[in-house]
Design a protein around this ligand. Structure first.
Ligand code: GLU
Ligand code: ZN
Length: 293
């Protein structure tokens, strides 16, 4: 028996949601609900310098206006710092992680960390913490993008799990929280495809089971820039919920009936749950979206 489906949407509160976020939220919601699963919300608020006041509230109100209903309590990463620290302690004490004091300047000519501090046994104070990666390929089969693999040693290198400024890295927090919340299926934007092998490695180190992955295309604007909260991409207007849900369904290659435009967001979501078909999602990592909304 497979485990009951638990999915999630995990926005960073660095701004309001845009059409690209809606596509990711919608795909994760439909995939969870079509499987009779749960859909959880996690607010990834571990990077205060990037956060915008009021963004969390704005994201949640937008999701509600677009008809999304989440299950259970919202998990805030800012409430999990002590747990992250315990894992850092463990990885540091068993020699899998180490302190790195290299400056940005020292590393500016390297695309991959040159392991300067790997065996230097530096103290943890005022240092970043890096995890040793093995000279191995990590791979998985994405439900849309197919086979994806990365040689961690050659393509990524020892990566940071806690920054020198004291903040925890996304790669660590996401793995700990997906495990904590019992996530079985991760559905998110394809910009995170090349983070996944790092996350598989951390899951393996920490003895967590591997979720299934589905990466949906991310949207680029006419200039080829990814729609993003920090690039000030247009945020989702509340009054256009039905129209933009349909646009997002079209981006995901899902069937849309003409009379759907007149329906409420809830009705559109119910229709889309019934008709959800993963095979129709375009197998691209990027899609250019030119229409203003
Ligand atoms: N917080 C990330 C973002 O907003 C998503 C993380 C994930 O889905 O793994 O891009
Ligand atoms: Zn270093």
């Amino acid at each position: 028996m497979p485990k009951p489906y638990i999915g999630r949407f995990a926005p960073t509160p660095s701004g309001g949601l845009h059409l690209g976020s809606l596509v990711a939220a919608l795909a994760s919601y439909l995939d969870a609900k079509a499987a009779n699963g749960k859909w959880l919300i996690r607010i990834e608020d571990i990077d205060p310098p990037r956060e915008v006041v009021g963004a969390t509230e704005n994201i949640l109100r937008t999701l509600e206006a677009y008809g999304f209903e989440w299950d259970g309590e919202i998990l805030y990463q800012s409430s999990r710092l002590a747990d992250y620290e315990l894992v850092i302690d463990k990885l540091f004490n068993n020699g899998l992680a180490y302190a790195c004091t290299c400056s940005r300047k020292q590393l500016e000519n390297y695309s991959i960390y040159p392991n300067f501090c790997r065996d230097a046994l530096k103290p943890r104070l005022d240092a970043a913490i890096r995890i040793r990666v093995p000279e191995l390929i990590y791979q998985f089969i994405d439900r849309v993008q197919g086979n994806f693999s990365q040689h961690l040693g050659q393509e990524v290198g020892d990566f940071i799990i806690k920054r020198r400024d004291g903040f925890f890295a996304y790669q660590l927090a996401v793995v700990l929280d997906d495990s904590e919340q019992g996530i079985t299926d991760i559905v998110r934007g394809a910009d995170l495809l090349d983070s996944t092998p790092r996350q598989l490695y951390l899951q393996e180190l920490l003895g967590f089971s591997m979720p299934k992955y589905l990466h949906v295309p991310i949207l680029l604007d006419v200039n080829g820039h990814k729609l993003s909260k920090t690039q000030c991409s247009p945020i989702l207007p509340i009054v256009e919920a039905s129209k933009l849900l349909i646009t997002a369904l079209e981006v995901l290659g899902q069937p849309v009936e003409t009379n759907l435009y007149k329906e409420t967001p809830q009705q559109i979501l119910n229709y889309a749950i019934t008709n959800w078909c993963v095979d129709l999602i375009p197998k691209n990592q990027f899609m250019v979206y030119t229409h203003p909304y």
